[in-house]
Design a protein around this ligand. Sequence first.
Ligand SMILES: [Cu+2]
Length: 65
Amino acid sequence: MLTLSIPAISCGHCARAITEAVLELDPDARVQVDVERKTAAIDTRAEPAAVSARLAEEGYPPATA
Ligand SMILES: [Cu+2]
């Protein structure tokens, strides 16, 4: 389980965009976005670096820990 802090999350649209971006990488991924906490919990076989890069492309770069 990958849990990313994504400061750009602000609403349900962001949650959908993030979910769709991850599903493009891995159709079997499970994505849970918490809009209030600005986090995304992602269960996927995709490489974490690939997920981060894809989300950054989409305008939701994960904060580095
Ligand atoms: Cu939004």
